[in-house]
Write a protein that binds this ligand. Sequence first.
Ligand SMILES: C[C@H](N)C(=O)N[C@@H](Cc1c[nH]cn1)C(=O)O
Ligand code: ZN
Ligand code: ZN
Length: 480
Amino acid sequence: MAPNLDSFFKTVDDNAEHFIDRLRKAVAIPSVSAEDERRPDVVKMGMFLKEQLEGLGANMEARPLGKQPGKEHLELPPAIVGRYPAKKDDSKRTILVYGHYDVQPANLSDGWNTEPFKLSVDDKGRMYGRGSTDDKGPVLGWVNVIESHQKAGIDFPVNLLMCFEGMEEYGSEGLDDFIIAECKPGKFFADADAVCISDNYWLGTEKPCLTYGLRGCSYYSIEISGPGQDLHSGVFGGTAQEPMTDLVRVMGSLVDTHGKIQIPGIYELVAPLSKEEQGLYENIAFTMDNLYESLGSTTGIFDNKEETLMGRWRYPSLSLHGVEGAFSAPGAKTVIPAKVVGKFSIRTVPDMEPHEVDSLVYSYVQEQFKKLGSKNKMKCHLQHSGKWWVASPKHWNFTAAAKAVEKVWHVQPDLTREGGSIPVTLTFEQATGKNVLLLPMGSSTDAAHSINEKLDRRNYVEGIKLLGTYLNFVAEEPME
Ligand SMILES: C[C@H](N)C(=O)N[C@@H](Cc1c[nH]cn1)C(=O)O
Ligand SMILES: [Zn+2]
Ligand SMILES: [Zn+2]
């Protein structure tokens, strides 16, 4: 029987401003995991989350994860773990939820229309701010679900286990070992019956989805150095071999304009496309206009939805991200940088093994650099990597979520894969041995990682209802 959630829905609506205020406080903490000097803010954000949940009676702990590999002067931000209700009810299912409280870097000078760490709500209910959709809105969604059950006077339907991390945007450093240890018998996550992660996005702006796959991410850097220090290009140009010249040519050899990766052997690692899979893409509610709307232009690689979806979900891609040490400010500086570090990543898919990808990358980059005949020095290394994940959506965890989408949004959700990566998803699946569901809150136009990131008020408020309704349907699903 469908649970009666009218009072829960009403409570969420009545408390919408309070929940937006909670998001405002969270966005104001610049918890950027990639910037060393922001580490105290990342920790502050973890503590904010812990305090909010403790205020609602959850049993919370901040677990240290040790030093940051390669930056031993820096302590990793803690994993914030918790249980609600504080005492386990053995008659109920146990759901483990995961999210991250760190964010991507953001500066007003990148081109934001508003201060990135100040939540700005416009007259259409678009709530702009770094982390609003990725992933502070969804993480606070779980907090708001607990509060709404309390305020509505409804029994909480499940035992909720929580795991929130502060390094997801930096490759989830230190979390794998922690999860594996905590899933062992008698440990914190041992009794999870299923896992739910809210940290991705709808395909468009109107239709919710449930997600059963992610691409992996292998992130590399190429360091090229030569001169002992930066040089005057008038004095030394034409006489010194320039690291930037070499780097641009090596990076330019990795991928072509149409997104085709130039590294030999990469596509041989990809699982072949079956007839059955090919048929899946046709029925997904996605249009080229959805793509153009979220791109903010019509500069897509393909002109049809099937190839576009496959390009995002089931084929690898290689993106060039930036160059450390290069002149990037406005104006004109006539410098020859002495050392430059180029950054790129490959989104990986079934059946690519990360170590095989690494070997192909290293030999190709070496070969390209050798061809230049440069006297400079080159080093290529892996910064972090996380594996792809594809699961079965035929499980009570997905059935409960589909029923919740129908109840809250009055449509059947699409079943999607995601082009982005959440490295610990596979770890949760393997360490718990349980089903993992991705249940997104935000939409395709939210601009996660970009300037003007936002979460629509409607997605936040209805998203809180969705997460709560999912937990109520989970409680009703028969065991498989
Ligand atoms: C999908 C998720 N919200 C996300 O943004 N994940 C990041 C994870 C990552 C991988 N390397 C560094 N961060 C992403 O897909 O870029
Ligand atoms: Zn995220
Ligand atoms: Zn992200």
